[in-house]
Design a protein around this ligand. Sequence first.
Ligand code: NAP
Length: 175
Amino acid sequence: MKTILIFVSTLDGKVTKWGSSHVKFWSSHQDQDYYKNVLNESKLIVMGSNTFNTDSFKPSAGHLLTIMTRHPDKYKSLEVPGQIEFTNESPAALTARFKSKVYKQMLVIGGPHIATSFLKEQLIDELWLTFEPKIFGTGGNFVTDVKLDINLRLIHFEKVNEQGTLITKYTVLKK
Ligand SMILES: NC(=O)c1ccc[n+]([C@@H]2O[C@H](COP(=O)([O-])OP(=O)(O)OC[C@H]3O[C@@H](n4cnc5c(N)ncnc54)[C@H](OP(=O)(O)O)[C@@H]3O)[C@@H](O)[C@H]2O)c1
């Protein structure tokens, strides 16, 4: 199973504008269309509870949304069997469970806390990162403030508009 981490970032590495504004208010429509397509094509989507709570994710057949939280009981009423689940499994346990169910791909859509916990445990195979040609100065980075030492190789890049939004894909070089 390939585990993919996807984010849209400014040139100064920010994934939220000034720490709060949602991507839909500042990312290009080309990136939003691309992201929508990636989500539509993903059978298995993993995110943290904060990302879930800042967006409107609807259950849909053919997609399993897995939300990581230490308090799955809090979200019991939102569960939809086979479509939306809440779990307090660790990133490693979650990855092993889905591997054993022979999923081909797992898409991790953030946010930074979840991304960091997967990266720390070397569970990410590819990073799909869109660079918006913007600088926000302040705001959250797509990883939190921990020491990491990860090398990646660029495998794809595409300029998708006149301003120069770049859709890129990197593979993580395993140690
Ligand atoms: N630009 C982008 O591409 C992009 C993508 C995604 C998100 N975002 C933005 O990122 C922000 C949310 O990111 P975030 O980092 O605050 O939250 P997050 O990563 O979405 O969720 C973190 C929460 O998940 C739960 N959790 C369960 N297991 C965990 C584990 N192993 N490691 C870490 N957390 C775990 C904890 O909440 P409990 O209290 O429930 O246990 C934790 O507070 C939002 O503003 C969103 O808009 C941006």
